[in-house]
Each structure stands twice: as C-alpha cells, then as structure tokens.
Design a protein around this ligand. Structure first.
Ligand SMILES: Cc1cc2nc3c(=O)[nH]c(=O)nc-3n(C[C@H](O)[C@H](O)[C@H](O)COP(=O)(O)OP(=O)(O)OC[C@H]3O[C@@H](n4cnc5c(N)ncnc54)[C@H](O)[C@@H]3O)c2cc1C
Length: 312
C-alpha cells in the first residue's frame, strides 16, 4: 500500500519546535554518516525527549521513518531518503551508573560509555572498545568483536514498538507507550538483534571482576585498530559479516580485490572488508564495489557474503 506523505508545514514545524524538536528540511545525509555519502532526507528531525518522541510517532503514524543513530554503519543512497529521518538526542544521550548497573539512553555515544565503564573498572563492554556510533545503534546491530557482542551484558531494552522493517515503517496503529523487553525476549544473533522498533533505553549489568587494567586494554585495542583498520578515512566499518568459519576481509584479500576502486570508493588497502570514501564517493560507487565483491567471492569460494552495513 502506498503511504501518504505528510507535508510538514509551518504549523507542524511550530508544534514540533514547541516540543524542542529540531526540524530540518532537505537535510543532506552525508553530513550525518561516517561514510560521508548520501543525498537529502525530506525531513530530518532531532527528538530530545520521550514526550516529543511519542508526539512525533502520533503525528507521523503513516509515514516512512528511518531511525538514525551515530550513522556509522549505514549507506544512504545518492537520492537520499523520502520520508523522515529521526534522530534521538537530548535526554536520550544520558546515561548513569549504579554499582554494576548501567542505564543508558539510546543516543549516548558508545565510546564515552565504554570509556567511563573502564574508568570505573567495570567489565563486560570490552568487545565494544573502539566502536563508534550510539549505544542504540550498537544494540540494534548487536555490535562487538569477532567472538563477543554487546548483547552479553544487556539486561533489558526499552522500545517504542511501531516499525516493521529495515526502514522502520510505522504500522497504522496508534503508537503505544514504551515497552521494556527482557533480554530473553530478544533474539540476539551475530550482528543482529531483530528489534524492529525504536530503541530508547538500554539496561546493562556489568561486572567488577577486572583481572587486567581495563584502561590499558582500552588503549591497546584502539592502538590495534589504528594499525589494522583505515580509521582515518570515511567508511561505515566492515561491509560484510564474517561467514561462519571465515574472515570476510581475508576472503576479499585472497580474491585480489584489495585496492579496487570505483569512482571515489575503494576497497581499503589496509583492511579488505572496509570500503573507504577517498573523497566525493557516491553510494552508487560503493554499491558497484559491493556487487563485484559478492560475485567474486561466490565464484571463487562458493560463499554468499551477507551485508553488515545497512543500506537505506
Ligand atoms: C571505523 C569503524 C569501525 C567499526 N568497527 C566495528 C566493530 O568492531 N564492530 C561492530 O560491530 N561494528 C563496527 N562498526 C560499525 C558501527 O560503528 C556499529 O555497527 C555501530 O554500533 C552502529 O551504531 P550507530 O549508532 O552509528 O548506528 P547507525 O549507523 O546510525 O544505524 C545502524 C542501524 O541501526 C538502527 N538504529 C540506530 N539507532 C537506533 C535506535 N535507537 N533504535 C532502533 N534502531 C536504531 C538504524 O536504523 C540502522 O538500521 C565500525 C564502524 C566504523 C566506521
């Protein structure tokens, strides 16, 4: 069914502004992603509170909405996004520790939270050392290292249930209040949570049984990333998930694709599972490289690579 596109007129902008939402029209998405790629969103709305979020969900209940976190795992198309890109801010950036418990707004920067946990000598979030983006984005994609992920220390997740798919389209019912999902109700898998809703808050249970100095581990991990990942070039992290028993980067390297360039996009010379924007890359350049990689890996190793980055 074709969805109605709601025009955001000045009255609506005034209403949203009265809720302290920041409303931007035709906002260039390349400004909001680590890839620095993407056309404009019809509307880009920053939502500072639960109250404002509920109002937005009521107002835009038949619209296409995309929830953006830190924009570090996403490739927006050159044509941008037809609908509303919604970004949590304000109170959603807050987090607090109570002993080994951590309660975290979805928009809190993961790197800050991880660092503060380390300073408090709390363990459990080591797998997220050096991962950019927001805590909500990390939970959505069950971010982590090769063998561990953030879900290990999650107790519960507070969500606003409304969406049905990768673009977080709303269903046609009125949005409900937040629901708290116990971890046991969430089917966390490798780089996947299956949560099709807005993640608003996350409760973690950490441990204070640190054997090594956790701050040393944090700086070692960041130093390692500097050597093994192209962290000084715009990218969205690993493009593909590691197939069971394989490293996607190693397969791409063995297929001789390191350094392959289309337009402004290049398969990184440093880490073959990264595509970097060398300057002025289009989403189309990245998509063409992705297609080549998938085809070659299937041909050479009979393996179907699955996307890790989100394509919107
Ligand atoms: C240099 C670099 C290194 C990286 N290293 C790693 C790594 O080691 N391990 C790893 O797992 N990842 C890594 N990443 C990828 C990325 O940083 C993580 O996936 C991160 O957790 C994404 O968070 P984000 O807030 O940026 O999400 P975004 O990119 O903004 O969004 C990603 C997806 O999450 C959804 N989402 C975001 N916030 C919410 C919310 N509040 N509610 C519902 N859905 C939401 C979006 O709709 C989208 O589908 C790396 C990226 C870069 C650029």
């Amino acid at each position: 069914m074709e969805r109605r596109r709601k025009t955001i007129n000045s009255a609506l902008i005034a209403k949203l502004s009265s809720l302290n939402c920041k409303v931007l029209k035709d906002e260039n998405l390349s400004k909001h992603t680590s890839f620095k790629i993407g056309g404009a969103a019809d509307f880009f709305i920053e939502v500072p509170s639960a109250l404002a979020l509920k109002k937005c969900l009521e107002i835009f209940k038949s619209q296409d909405i995309f929830i953006l976190g830190g924009g570090t795992n996403i490739l927006f198309s050159d044509g941008g996004f037809r609908g509303i890109v919604l970004k949590l801010s304000g109170e959603f950036k807050k987090y607090s520790f109570d002993g080994t418990k951590l309660s975290c707004g979805a928009a809190a920067p993961l790197a800050l939270v991880v660092k503060e946990a380390a300073q408090r000598k709390l363990s459990g979030l080591e797998c997220c050392f050096g991962i950019p983006g927001s805590v909500g984005g990390a939970v959505f994609g069950n971010a982590g290292s090769a063998n561990e992920s953030i879900s290990q220390v999650i107790e519960s997740v507070e969500i606003y249930p409304y969406s049905n798919g990768r673009h977080c389209r709303q269903d046609l019912q009125s949005p409900n209040d937040a629901i708290v999902l116990d971890k046991s109700a969430i089917n966390f898998q490798y780089r996947k949570s299956g949560i099709a809703a807005i993640i608003a808050k996350i409760n973690f249970s950490l441990k204070n049984e640190v054997k090594n100095d956790i701050l040393d581990l944090l700086s070692q991990s960041i130093e390692k990333r500097k050597k093994t990942q192209p962290i000084n070039q715009p990218s969205a992290g690993c493009v593909f998930k590691n197939p069971v028993g394989f490293s996607a980067g190693k397969l791409i390297d063995e297929a001789g694709l390191k350094g392959k360039t289309i337009g402004g996009a290049q398969i990184s010379e440093v880490h073959a599972n990264f595509i970097v924007n060398q300057g002025g890359a289009k989403a189309e350049d990245v998509l063409r490289l992705i297609k080549i990689v998938k085809t070659e890996i299937k041909k050479k190793f009979n393996i179907d690579l699955e996307m890790e980055i989100v394509i919107a």
